[in-house]
Design a protein around this ligand. Structure first.
Ligand code: SAH
Length: 486
């Protein structure tokens, strides 16, 4: 197919790519179009073409798809955050179900029939807005020199000013207003990435949905505190106004002077209130319609640096699903690798013999231990380290002795997007637990790792998506594997 850059073509969108782009064809030649939806007939300008496919920019929707809806957010096309807002939520769920299925087939090597018989239908959200308990807003300066907060335009670090994100809480707007007013009033500078100068880089806001508690952490490019021991000029004025906001529980700063994309610095100082906020996660009965509460619940403490699932309502369903998959009898030894602040460990500890959590961030492990104490759980212990380094069973690559934990009946893993390290998979196979439950936020790396585990003697018993990230292309998946020879 011959295209030239800037050619205009008319296509009908037939499919979605894994990043949510619409795919249409001209004489069988695929064109990927961001913001176009299956069923749309669109006019597209070719912006880049390769040997076997091209990228087009959506110029005009000539005939809208029946699955098109009016997005709530005026910035949905510019923002890098949501990719699917113009698609009905019902179809978003179908897209995610198909995405998981395709990865399992194409990357995992499973047959379509196998996937169809073992995959349960995705668990969607009742209200796919205002679901995020965490927001990280970049702070910058516009051309006129005004301090702004907003979001990065897709794939860039240009900040588009917008304090209203429909995925986050309403309090986010109030907190940002408060911080921007303070910065404008006292001439506090925003960080400038190009020069590495300026003070305030990001604002992190977290809310415990069940407790109503709010946490604000300002990320500062600051080498040295002022002589008076303050981190911010007129610090008291900022704290006084933040403290007025209903639910405000913790105000802190994080020091990050590195010229990197990493948002948070490792050093945290609490300026006001508590170091942490609380949240409650209820156990749900996943076997019944509407997934009602069972009455059991756990309280967690969250600090600025520790990982905590961003969608608390769906997290209850995810963890309850893990518990259902685990089918514990009260005797089992369980390993929870990549355990964060111990959420899954503690969810399982109530019906297991003993649970061992492993996690690389020391602060998260401290939180996990405190969370166990708070919930009166005495059969869970937590260890700091990389799963692939501490669990060698003997010596690791550098000759140090690793952790020797009692052999598990069940291993749960919940790694970041890049999936499990090869050594970690090897150790899991060597330990030969009856069951492995793999929780994943990236179905491609999940499928890759499942292939290794299935070649190593396991089979997928059940797999199910849980939509934690409505309007984005991301999806969480829980997969239950069983040892084949049992
Ligand atoms: N299961 C937890 C956390 C899941 S997120 C929950 O549901 O809340 C993944 C966690 O893995 C993060 O806390 C991250 O800090 C941790 N992590 C990343 N790489 C790791 C590694 N190599 N070994 C152990 N933990 C790791």
């Amino acid at each position: 197919m011959e295209f030239r850059k800037n050619d205009l073509v008319t296509i009908t969108i037939e499919d979605f790519g894994s990043e949510g782009e619409g795919i249409g064809k001209v004489d069988g030649f695929p064109i990927f179009v961001k913001d176009a939806i299956v069923g749309d007939t669109v006019e597209v300008r070719i912006v880049k073409y390769m040997k076997t496919y091209a990228y087009g920019r959506l110029e005009k929707v000539l005939e809208p798809s029946p699955f098109r809806v009016e997005p709530k957010c005026a910035f949905h096309r510019q923002c890098g955050g949501c990719q699917l807002q113009a698609l009905s939520y019902e179809k978003q769920l179908l897209f995610k179900q198909e995405k998981i299925k395709n990865h399992l087939i194409r990357i995992g090597g499973f047959s379509p029939e196998y996937v169809d018989t073992h995959m349960e239908s995705i668990i969607g959200m009742e209200v796919p807005y205002r679901y995020r308990n965490k927001a990280q807003y970049p702070i910058g300066t516009d051309r006129e020199g005004n301090v702004i907060a907003g979001f990065y335009a897709g794939r860039t670090h240009n900040i588009i000013p917008n304090q209203k994100c429909w995925l986050g809480t309403e309090e986010n707007e109030t907190v940002l207003d408060c911080i921007l007013n303070y910065m404008r009033r006292y001439g506090v500078t925003a960080y400038e990435e190009a020069s590495g100068t300026g003070l305030v880089r990001h604002v992190l806001i977290r809310k415990g949905f069940a407790s109503g508690e709010l946490m604000v952490c300002l990320v500062l490019n600051l080498r040295k505190k002022s002589d008076s021991g303050r981190f911010l000029p007129r610090q008291k004025e900022l704290i006084d106004s933040l403290a007025q906001i209903r639910g405000m529980t913790s105000v802190s700063v994080s020091i990050n002077t590195e010229r990197t994309n990493v948002i948070m610095g490792k050093e945290i100082h609490t300026l006001w209130g508590s170091d942490t906020i609380r949240d409650i996660i209820h156990v749900r009965d996943m076997g019944q319609a509407g997934y009602p509460y069972t009455g059991e619940k756990l309280e967690f403490m969250i600090s600025p640096l520790s990982f905590y699932q961003v969608n608390p309502v769906q997290t209850e369903k995810l963890y309850s699903l893990v518990r259902e998959y685990a089918c514990l009898t009260g005797q089992e030894t369980v390993w929870d690798l990549y355990c964060g602040i111990g959420t899954i460990s503690l969810f399982l500890a109530q019906s297991a013999g003993r649970v061992y959590g492993v996690e690389v961030i020391p602060q998260a492990i401290e939180d996990a231990r405190e969370n166990a104490r708070r919930n009166g759980i005495t059969n869970a212990e937590f260890h700091v380290g990389k799963a692939e380094e501490v669990l060698t069973g003997g010596k690791n690559k550098t000759g140090e002795r690793g952790l020797v934990l009692p052999p598990p009946n069940l291993i749960v893993v919940d790694p970041p997007r890049k999936g499990c390290d090869g050594v970690c998979l090897e150790v899991m196979l060597q330990m030969r637990p009856d069951k492995i439950i793999y929780v994943s936020c990236d179905s491609a790396t999940l499928a890759r790792d499942l292939k290794v585990l299935c070649e190593g003697g396991y089979e997928v018993a059940k797999v199910r998506g849980v939509d934690q990230f409505g309007h984005t292309v991301h999806v969480e998946v829980a997969c239950c594997l069983q040892r084949k020879d049992l």
